[in-house]
Write a new protein. Sequence first.
Length: 282
Amino acid sequence: MKLVAPLLFAAAVLADIAPARDQFYPLDRKGEIPQIQPYTYGQDVFIDCITRNIDNGEHKFDSNDRIIYGAFPVCKETGQPLSFHYGVSEDFNCTITFTDELYHLFQLYIHEDVPFGCRIPLSTEANSLEKGGASIPLTFNFRGEIHDAHLDIDNHMNLLIVKPPTNAPEKQTVISAVAWSSGTNATRVVIGDELTLQMGVRWIDNIKPSGGQAKGSAALPFDDGFYRFPISTVPISMKILIFLLSVVALVSFSISYAGTSMKYKKRGYRSLDTEAGIAKQD
């Protein structure tokens, strides 16, 4: 009996320090697996971004001590904040105006004092985030240089978004995303200037997850696991892959058909005086 208490205590300690089973990410505000209203192909994907104090880069909070999010700067081309089309890889421009506030925020972003942090709603339900729904973080990693009277900003932005590798309508959402400067030239910017962001958006939809361990997998908005990029290949969209395979098949068929046609065409011009390889006798 004297050993029971120490054994129970040891079991409790081991339970506390034992590695916990993986849980799904992201969860909603209640800490539960989110229920989503899925996206459809080509649908607008809107983002909002963390608002910050320009003096120190600290988050702005509401009366409930929740971080306040605001829209991405408005694109001159559309008159709307930056958005993307679900599942559509595309190139486009977004020209933004550098107000005094945005200029000072970019000083913080480029110096990497704070991240340019945004989020993508997991669900298309109206006001899903305000209702406590889940989101995927999206950080814009702008690079450049800070000078006394201006900024040099690399405005060439790659945006990579991973989505589930399935056509199942109920699983059309976003798994992860990141954006980063990837040009060799920077643009000089002062307060009041416009800067055209050249966006290269690519959707990855052919990566199958491995090692999933989350509980309640049947109720997940998408399959859990590590969506790892292949080492030896560059992942491309399944739509592009299918298109390329179709082109290869069409070209192969055309070459094969042309070769067969030439073969039979040559046979068709055989001398009328020759049948089965035996010369006709007079």
